[in-house]
Design a protein around this ligand. Structure first.
Ligand code: UDP
Ligand code: MG
Length: 316
C-alpha cells in the first residue's frame, strides 16, 4: 500500500459535467470532513465529462493528498461510475454523494455517527421533496411495483446518498451484473438499515442530466435485472386463455353433436373465433414456458452471491 493516509471514511462522488459548481461543492465538503474526528479520503470519479470537470478535480487531487481521482474513458452512467468508486474505496465506511450539491454535506456527520453506533447501512431519506410531479409519481409507481415483485424492501424517497460498511463493499464487489442500480443492489444485500433524513438542496449549477427518458430506462432496466415476474405474466395469461378456450370449444362441439340442445345457434364465425382463441392459448403457454426457462437463465447468469452472512458464530 502506497497510500499516504489510511482513511476511515471514503466519500465516493460520481461527476459528470459539474465544472460550474464543483469548486463550491468541494470546499463545503472538505469543511465538513475536516471537522469530523476521523481520517477520510474523497474519491471523485469523472464519468467522461465533456466540460472542465476532470481538470478541476485533478487540481483538487494535486493540492490535497486526501483527494483521489478516477477518470473513466467515457460516459458510463452514474451507476457504473459509483460502482467504480465503491471498488476503489479504501475506507472502513463508504459514503456515496452527488457532486451537484443536492445532497447536503452537513448531514455527513449524522451518517457517520449511525455507522459508529454499529449500523452497516445508513440510508439517506429525503423529506419535503420538491421534485416535479411526474418524476415523483414515476418514482412512487416504480418503488411500489419494485418492492412487490422483487421480494426485497425498497424504500421510496431514499436516494443514493448512503453509507455502507466495508463488509458490504466486499459483497457488493462480488456482484458482476452489468445492468445495475447501485442502491437497489445495496437493498438486495439486506442487512439492517438506519436512516438519516435530509432536505434536498437545489443544484449548485447546471441541470440534472437524468431526463425522464433516461430515468424510465433506468427503471425498466433495473426492474428487469431484479425481477423475473414479467416473464411469469405471459405464462399466467396463457394458463387462463388455454383452459377457457378449450372449455368453450368442447362445449360448442358437444352442443353441435347433440343438435344444439342449448340453442346457441353458433355460426361458423364463432367456431373460428374459439379455434383462434385456443391456438393463441397454446402459443401463450409455450411462450410462458420459454419465459420460465429464460427467467432461470437470467438469474443464473447474474451470478449473484447465493446469500450474504451478517454474522457467524460457528466455532463450537
Ligand atoms: N452523473 C454521472 N454520470 C452521468 C450522470 C450523472 O456521474 O451520466 C453524476 C452527476 O455528476 C451527479 C450525480 O451523478 O453527481 C447525480 O446526477 P444528476 O444530478 O444529474 O441526477 P439527479 O439524481 O439529481 O436527478
Ligand atoms: Mg442531482
Amino acid at each position: 500500500m502506497s497510500s499516504r493516509i489510511q482513511p476511515v471514511l471514503s466519500v465516493v462522488i460520481p461527476v459528470y459535467n459539474e465544472a460550474a459548481g464543483i469548486e463550491k461543492f468541494h470546499a463545503s465538503l472538505i469543511a465538513v470532513l475536516k471537522d469530523a474526528p476521523l481520517t477520510y479520503e474523497v474519491l471523485y470519479i469523472d464519468d467522461g465529462s465533456l466540460d472542465a470537470s476532470a481538470k478541476v478535480i485533478t487540481g483538487f487531487h494535486e493540492a490535497d493528498p486526501h483527494v483521489r481521482v478516477l477518470k473513466l474513458t467515457r460516459n458510463f452512467g452514474k451507476e457504473i461510475a459509483t460502482t467504480a468508486g465503491i471498488h476503489a474505496a479504501r475506507g472502513d465506511a463508504i459514503l456515496m454523494l452527488d457532486a451537484d450539491g443536492q445532497h447536503p454535506v452537513e448531514a455527513i456527520p449524522r451518517f457517520v455517527a449511525k455507522w459508529q453506533q454499529g449500523a452497516k447501512v445508513v440510508v439517506g431519506k429525503r423529506i419535503g421533496r420538491q421534485a416535479p410531479m411526474l418524476k415523483r409519481f414515476g418514482s412512487k409507481l416504480f418503488y411500489g411495483l419494485f418492492s412487490r415483485s422483487m421480494g426485497v424492501r425498497v424504500d421510496p424517497d431514499t436516494s443514493d446518498f448512503r453509507l455502507i460498511d466495508k463488509s458490504l463493499q466486499l459483497e457488493f464487489n462480488r456482484m458482476t451484473e452489468r445492468n445495475r442500480m447501485t442502491r437497489a443492489l445495496i437493498d438486495w444485500l439486506g442487512y439492517d438499515r438506519e436512516y438519516v433524513t435530509y432536505r434536498e438542496n437545489d443544484r449548485l449549477a447546471g441541470a440534472a442530466t437524468y431526463s425522464i427518458r433516461k430515468l424510465s430506462k433506468l427503471a425498466i432496466d433495473s426492474a428487469i435485472s431484479l425481477s423475473t415476474s414479467p416473464l411469469y405474466l405471459v405464462a399466467y395469461i396463457g394458463a387462463v386463455v388455454l383452459p377457457v378456450s378449450t372449455f368453450l370449444g368442447l362445449g360448442m362441439i358437444i352442443n353441435y353433436a347433440l343438435s344444439d340442445p342449448l340453442h346457441l345457434h353458433a355460426t361458423g364465425g364463432a367456431y373460428v373465433m374459439v379455434l383462434v382463441l385456443f391456438l393463441v392459448g397454446i402459443l401463450l403457454v409455450s411462450q410462458g414456458i420459454i419465459g420460465l426457462y429464460l427467467s432461470h437463465i437470467h438469474t443464473e447468469t447474474q451470478n449473484r452471491p447465493l446469500y450474504v452472512v451478517d454474522e457467524a458464530n460457528t466455532k463450537g
